[in-house]
Design a protein around this ligand. Sequence first.
Ligand SMILES: NC(=O)c1ccc[n+]([C@@H]2O[C@H](COP(=O)([O-])OP(=O)(O)OC[C@H]3O[C@@H](n4cnc5c(N)ncnc54)[C@H](OP(=O)(O)O)[C@@H]3O)[C@@H](O)[C@H]2O)c1
Length: 286
Amino acid sequence: MKKVLLIGSDGMLGGELKERLEKKYDVTGTTLATLDICDKQAVINKAKEVEPYFIINCAAYTNVDGCEVNYDLAEKVNGLALENIAEAANLVNATVIHISTDYVFAGDLDINKIYTEDMEPAPVSAYGKTKLLGEQNVSKAEKHYILRTAWLYGIRGKNFVKTMLKLSKERDEITVVSDQHGSPTSTTTLCEIIEQIMEKEPEYGIYHSTCEGFTTWYEFTKKIFEEANISTKVKPITSVEYKSMYPASSDRPTNSMLSKEKLNNIGIYPRKYEEALKEYLKEELK
Ligand SMILES: NC(=O)c1ccc[n+]([C@@H]2O[C@H](COP(=O)([O-])OP(=O)(O)OC[C@H]3O[C@@H](n4cnc5c(N)ncnc54)[C@H](OP(=O)(O)O)[C@@H]3O)[C@@H](O)[C@H]2O)c1
């Protein structure tokens, strides 16, 4: 059994991934309480102790608006700490799998186009900037995969789908942004992609890793309510209107659409977002 050091194993993605990987790998999970990735010596010591074949990093400072006000912490966790992980991986000859985000792009690409892995990142938010630094640092690992995901939701964490389900019980009408485009991605779909990357071990580098298909937050909310038989009205608003309602919120990309062609070319075909949502709701509404 190959050994895996799974960092951030109690997060939304990390928790589900741990449960799945334990069936096939010898997994050592770490949490913030047991391994702070900002502590370089601790990361190196853990890698030497476990001697993993794969180091998977699911840890991050994921509060997008929080990154704007706590930039130093975000930079340490999302950016600088990845140098620690890369150095530790090189010392024990491990392959790193790191999770990144669509927010590394400016999101202002023409809406008829989609982002490919070779396009120049240009983050506008603090979260995106710190995650880009993380990508640059983790690339110092000789063997590494960077999986950029987007609009992630899962059973274990606070997420957009749960928020909409909760709001539908409290309000007759919900306003949702209708001019941001992307691919809602279930943690289950991302776990499937990670597992296939681990099995196939394709060429190292960046892989856009979201569900298949594109939508807007507004259309996605309508889909959630349709699937869950909820009659609450959904009203579209623009990003500008949203920002005027919540001035402290971070700017979100208008175009978050990531091409999956590179994944498809190595034989990985992520689920369609509608199918992933259906499967998630079956579990969530049980
Ligand atoms: N959620 C999204 O919509 C989304 C979108 C695109 C990309 N991503 C990326 O996907 C990955 C997984 O996201 P997620 O939503 O599963 O995240 P999450 O639920 O917030 O989990 C992240 C975990 O990292 C831990 N952590 C924070 N600082 C740490 C440190 N210094 N050392 C060790 N652990 C630390 C957190 O612990 P505490 O909870 O105790 O702080 C938490 O358990 C992240 O890389 C994220 O950037 C997420």
